[in-house]
Design a protein around this ligand. Structure first.
Ligand code: ADP
Ligand code: SF4
Length: 700
């Protein structure tokens, strides 16, 4: 079958199948690339930024581009999380703007109508949450609120509200209107699952009864819009809880009861943390065994996800009859132009998702989505950044970048694309800085894609020269005569215990065997246990070091002042997986305890509540606390400010970890920001460096 047109001469024919149109009820997807609904932390607060973000996906070739979950009635809000709302007609324009942006670039717009029911404590609306049964609301924060059991009137009302939202969604211009029954995140999933549904009426008990509400709602939705819009159903085929939860056998039976009722089946795992595992805990295509039987049950197209970035894998999924449409959330975030790049045969330009879930942390922290690989994510309208385009250079002045970590690499490739002459000097012999070494840690190999993409881009830029084995000092830089100097020299881990808890170095006996993560990354490891790992960093590093040392047969105890290991990774949905892995590897996790001093054979710890002191045996201690910027070079240059003019230097700018250590995503963003702003119009004194929307005031 032909694709949707346009030149694609260099494309490998074997990918043609991915560019076949797919009929979804009354609408036709131009190809098989389908951006499934995904949250982004912008929602109702940042509607125009969100509309532009989705529009760029359509521009990049996605045939279908969906919203995140859209609350369809005020009686179920998901505060504090920031999603979209379609509570009444006043919400239509924001959604219409998004649909328009998607249509502008030839995509189909999909909307995921959601009613969280017993997942939402209704902190904003203060309505009493409802669900199939009397149960506490099921939230990450264990809110002290219960949902009440819906009676027949409630069910009738809910169907009415859903229908009203369907009509509004159609008015807003959406082409696909979802019935959402997945992820244990809404009333329909709750009705399906015996875990949540203890009803004895016609909506509980047998599979036929538990699916009744879903079938009624699909039928009503189809009747309202079926000749104009497609009606996909999103359902979770397994909760990974065995017989206690929904499981694939049961869900296949459910789908069998309504196989051809919707226009599309969108199949996932539940909960969200199982569906969007990080690369540390799940391979590409992890879901495949669970979804591979669905197409047998229905004549309607099936879409599913699996952090798919490999076009060969995508082709195989279609050819083997597992999926009709390749569903992507994260791969579309990391590379909104993934479809077009495959179409144009530009496989080496694909910015592959690394599976870190920094994107998810935007939703969990109620802040605009950010992505380690794609620094333009959520900045399309706020800052006018584009994932593929960047404006041409504003001058002919060359740039010297010192340090080829993620910050330096991103600055080099972005400046290179702007057309600047760039010299990238690296003390070592490899590109990638911290990522080179961290990607060797257990489970983090996919992080190397941060380097792979940028290395590939640099190869294509003759105006960027890379110098290895080049540890630059102030003299060399002054002699280099580059008008613009960027210091991206990174950071080193501290070994003095300073972190979140101790803002001053802790006492360490001179003979104590103390290691920092920098030592571990350099291959200097403790040789004998017991080893105490003090995690006052709270992201992934202490956990992966614990895994590494346990795998070498050392007895490891993991001490944290928090309630749990790697507590910040709740925001990347990894915490439970990390703690499980540590425990299964025999690593003791000691919570609510502070390491206050390190001796030669033990560490002194105290309870963070009572201060009660306890010694823990330690032949070696790994202090995972904080980092210090490698700022000496920047300071040396600053001290030589009077020599800059003679050396032709106009500016010296420190970026990334060398300025203030943070995540790899922060470093990549810093590199991009430098490149975007070079030779730009300087900001006025009170000017905010990004666009934002302000709530319109109603008359007093
Ligand atoms: P970031 O995350 O900010 O990009 P990294 O620590 O990952 O920082 O990378 C910093 C890179 O800078 C490392 O590869 C390091 O070898 C290099 N580097 C540090 N100091 C110098 C220097 N004086 N000259 C050249 N390269 C340097
Ligand atoms: Fe992938 Fe990480 Fe980007 Fe999310 S933040 S899309 S997981 S690279």
């Amino acid at each position: 079958m032909p694709d949707d047109g346009g030149p694609s001469s260099s494309r490998d024919n074997s990918f043609d199948i991915l560019f076949e149109p797919v009929r979804i009820g009354p609408v036709t997807a131009r190809n098989r690339f389908y951006q499934v609904p995904h949250c982004n932390g912008m929602g109702y607060r940042d509607p125009t930024a969100l509309a532009h973000m989705r529009g760029v996906k359509a521009e990049g070739g996605w045939a279908v581009v969906c919203t995140e979950q859209v609350e369809f009635h005020y009686s179920s809000d998901i505060t504090p999380f920031i999603e979209l709302r379609l509570w009444d007609d006043r919400d239509i324009p924001a959604l219409a703007r998004m649909a328009d942006k998607i249509h502008e670039h030839g995509g189909l717009a999909g909307i995921e109508l959601a009613y969280n029911g017993m997942n939402g404590p209704n902190l904003y609306s203060r309505e009493v949450p409802m669900g199939p049964s009397h149960l506490p609301v099921s939230t990450f924060s264990y809110d002290p609120v219960q949902a009440r059991r819906m009676d027949k009137t409630d069910i009738y009302n809910l169907r009415k509200w859903h229908l009203a939202a369907v009509k509004r969604a159609r008015l807003a211009g959406f082409d696909l209107i979802y019935v959402y029954a997945a992820h244990a995140l809404g009333f329909l999933h709750h009705f399906l699952s015996r875990r949540f549904n203890d009803r004895t009426d016609e909506y509980g008990g047998s599979i036929e009864n538990r699916t009744r509400l879903l079938r009624e709602i699909i039928a009503e939705t189809k009747e309202a819009v079926g000749d104009v819009c497609a009606v996909p159903v999103r359902i979770s085929v397994d909760e990974l809880l065995g017989e206690d939860g929904l499981h694939v056998g049961e869900v296949e039976e459910m789908i069998g009861l309504m196989a051809d009722l919707p226009d599309l089946w969108d199949v996932t795992l539940a909960g969200w943390e199982n569906d969007s595992r990080t690369s540390r805990f799940g391979e590409e295509g992890e879901q495949e065994p669970f979804i591979s039987g669905i197409k047998r049950l229905t004549s309607k197209p099936v879409v599913g996800v699996g952090r798919y970035t490999s076009p060969d894998r995508m082709v195989s999924l279609v050819k083997r009859g597992i999926l009709d449409l390749i569903g992507c959330a994260r791969p579309s975030i990391a590379d909104p132009f993934l479809p077009n790049k495959i179409k144009e045969g530009r496989l080496d330009d694909i910015r592959e998702c690394i599976g870190c879930n920094i994107c998810v942390s935007g939703d969990f922290t109620m802040s605009p989505i950010r992505c380690t690989q794609n620094p333009s994510m959520a900045e399309e309208w706020r800052k006018g950044w584009h994932p593929e385009r960047i404006r041409v250079r504003g001058s002919d002045k060359p740039v010297l970048i010192v340090g080829a970590g993620p910050a330096g690499l991103e600055a080099a490739q972005s400046l290179g694309k702007r057309g600047y002459t760039v010299s990238l000097a690296e003390a070592g012999t490899e590109l990638g800085g911290r990522v080179v070494r961290e990607a060797r840690l257990p489970g983090l190999s996919a992080w190397g894609r941060v380097i792979d993409y940028r290395k590939g881009q640099l190869h294509k830029l003759p105006n960027v020269s890379v110098y290895f084995d080049s540890r630059l000092d102030a003299d060399t830089i002054l002699g280099f005569e580059a008008p613009r100097v960027v210091i991206a020299t990174g950071a080193v881990w501290r070994a003095d215990g300073v972190g979140h808890r101790h803002t001053r170095p802790i006492p360490i006996a001179p003979e104590a065997k103390v290691f920092s993560p920098s030592d571990i990354l350099d291959g200097r490891l403790p040789e004998e246990g017991p080893v105490i790992i003090w995690d006052d960093d709270h992201y992934y590093m202490a956990g992966v070091i614990a895994e590494l040392l346990a795998a070498r047969g050392l007895a490891v105890t993991y001490v944290t002042p928090a309630s749990e290991a790697s507590t910040w990774t709740r925001a990347t949905m990894e915490q439970a997986f990390i703690q499980k892995r540590l425990l299964e590897k025999g690593i003791a996790v000691v919570s609510f305890r502070s390491v206050d001093a390190v001796g030669t054979a033990s560490v002194t710890t105290s309870c963070v509540f009572t201060g009660r002191v306890e010694e823990l045996a330690a032949a070696a201690t790994v202090l995972v606390t904080a980092r210090l910027p490698r700022e000496q070079l920047a300071l040396d240059l600053l001290a030589r400010r009077q020599d800059w003019a003679d050396a032709g230097i106009e500016s010296v700018t420190t970026i990334g970890d060398a300025l203030a250590p943070a995540t790899i995503a922060h470093a990549v963003y810093a590199g991009r920001r430098y490149a975007e702003e070079l030779d730009g119009v300087p900001l006025g004194d009170d000017e905010v460096p990004f666009r934002r929307e302000i709530t319109a005031l109603l008359p007093r």
